[in-house]
Design a protein around this ligand. Structure first.
Ligand code: ZN
Length: 42
């Protein structure tokens, strides 16, 4: 199964995706969206 960024929906074939766990669920986020998640949506 292909993983996609939880924020922008980009696939791991296009960018580096990082896996992370949140509330027991495994999520994937790309390197572009990771700073957004860290610093908030603004
Ligand atoms: Zn993304």
């Amino acid at each position: 199964m292909e993983h996609k960024c939880l924020n922008c929906g980009v696939a791991s074939e296009e960018v580096i995706l990082l896996s992370c766990e949140y509330k027991g669920e495994l999520l994937y986020v790309c390197v572009k969206c990771l700073p957004v998640l860290i610093h908030g949506s603004h």
